[in-house]
Ligand binder design. Structure first.
Ligand code: TYM
Length: 336
């Protein structure tokens, strides 16, 4: 059985970008494929501590899993939920991959460049982040890793490390699918990047200070609707999907497509010829506020106990699989 695997850091409450770019696609894929694939959903808690955590990390971890359940994730025997730090093989494989990765390729990671920019000194965890991510993926021989577009470079790095390791030490790792195949599998041809509502050239990010530039999953639905109504657009007067020329409008079309689960092309056709941006904003604002209301109601109904139950069985499974793979790797590099 092939494996689909993904994780979302749990530093804080998540944004609509995390939800539409990673959480919802994963839930849709898991529900669709969990009969024929193993589905691994984990909380990269070790990745969470590369920067300060907002609030209480333990609470954030539990809430992140509740998000998946509130987004409609169906659990069966092929769906595994676990915490990264409860499976020590992740850190151990990370070290071995550190000895395969080069400073040059790791320094080229955009996320590292962005996160270290302007910092007098940057912690080594930020630099090592994508290698740990590669370990997260390769331990389980995962083929598909649903992620937002900002993470594609890390998938390419993971593929390169797997191929280099296999070439040197024998066929140990499954090489994850190429980015193009990943997005095809996710059904979103160009990948997903939800934009900052005020500066749509940038991605929506939890670390942006301006409140109106991002929608948080715990925003009051009405407040979220207002943020959409005040989103930056342009003065072109045409509703067209053009991420470079009209990023604000394109962002709204993208959000609409993901929330309604209608292919982007169909949403684009529906709005072609409409000139009043207010109509599109109103439709998206209503959609986002209804989505948030339903999501928050479901979220409140999920107990902590339910999440810990899932961790218990998921971590047992993850440790078995990861330990076996780690042993293969240790033997290959002659540590065993
Ligand atoms: P994190 O927490 O930084 O991001 C979580 C997910 O949210 C997506 N995302 C977005 N998608 C669309 N538009 C946005 N504005 C937006 N902002 C965030 C990200 O692409 C990501 O999918 N490194 C991973 C965590 C991780 C991981 C792994 C994932 C660690 N190990 C192994 C998969 C497999 C990350 O980016 O988390």
């Amino acid at each position: 059985m092939k494996t689909i695997l993904t994780g979302i850091r749990s530093n804080s409450v998540l944004t609509l970008g995390n939800y539409l770019g990673a959480l919802l696609p994963m839930v849709r894929l898991a529900n669709q494929h969990s009969g024929e694939y193993q589905v691994n959903i984990f909380v990269p808690d070790l990745h969470s501590i590369i920067s300060d955590v907002d609030g209480d990390l333990q609470e954030n971890i539990v809430r992140t899993i509740k998000y998946y359940l509130a987004a409609g994730l169906k659990i069966n025997e092929n769906v595994h939920i676990y915490r990264q730090s409860y499976v020590p093989a992740h850190s151990e494989l990370c070290w071995i991959l550190d000895c395969v990765a080069t400073m040059g390729e790791t320094s080229r990671m955009i996320q590292y460049k962005e996160k270290s920019k302007g910092q007098e000194s940057c912690n080594v965890g930020i630099f090592n982040y994508p290698i740990l991510m590669a370990a997260d993926i390769l331990l389980y021989d995962a083929t598909y890793i649903p992620l937002g577009e900002d993470q594609f470079q890390h998938i390419e790095l993971t593929r390169n490390l797997a191929m280099r390791f296999n070439h040197k030490f024998g066929e140990i790792f499954t090489v994850p699918a190429k980015t193009a195949e990943q997005v095809e599998f996710m059904g979103v041809p160009d990948g997903i990047r939800i934009r900052d509502l005020l500066n749509p050239e940038k991605k929506m990010s939890k670390s942006t200070v301006a409140e109106n530039s991002k929608i948080m999953l715990d925003d009051e639905p009405e407040k979220a609707a207002k943020k959409i109504m005040s989103a930056t657009t342009d003065s072109i007067g045409k509703i067209k999907f053009d991420m470079w020329g009209q990023p604000g409008i394109s962002n709204l079309l993208q959000i609409e497509a993901l929330i309604t689960d209608v292919p982007l092309q169909d949403v684009i056709s529906t709005w072609a010829g409409v000139t009043r941006y207010g109509d599109l904003k109103k439709k998206v604002a209503e959609g986002v506020s209804t989505m948030l209301e339903e999501f928050q109601t479901r979220l409140a109904e999920i107990s902590n106990e339910r999440v810990f139950e899932l961790f218990e069985s998921g971590e047992k499974y993850a440790n078995e699989v990861a330990k076996a793979k780690l042993l293969e790797v240790q033997k290959a590099v002659q540590l065993r």
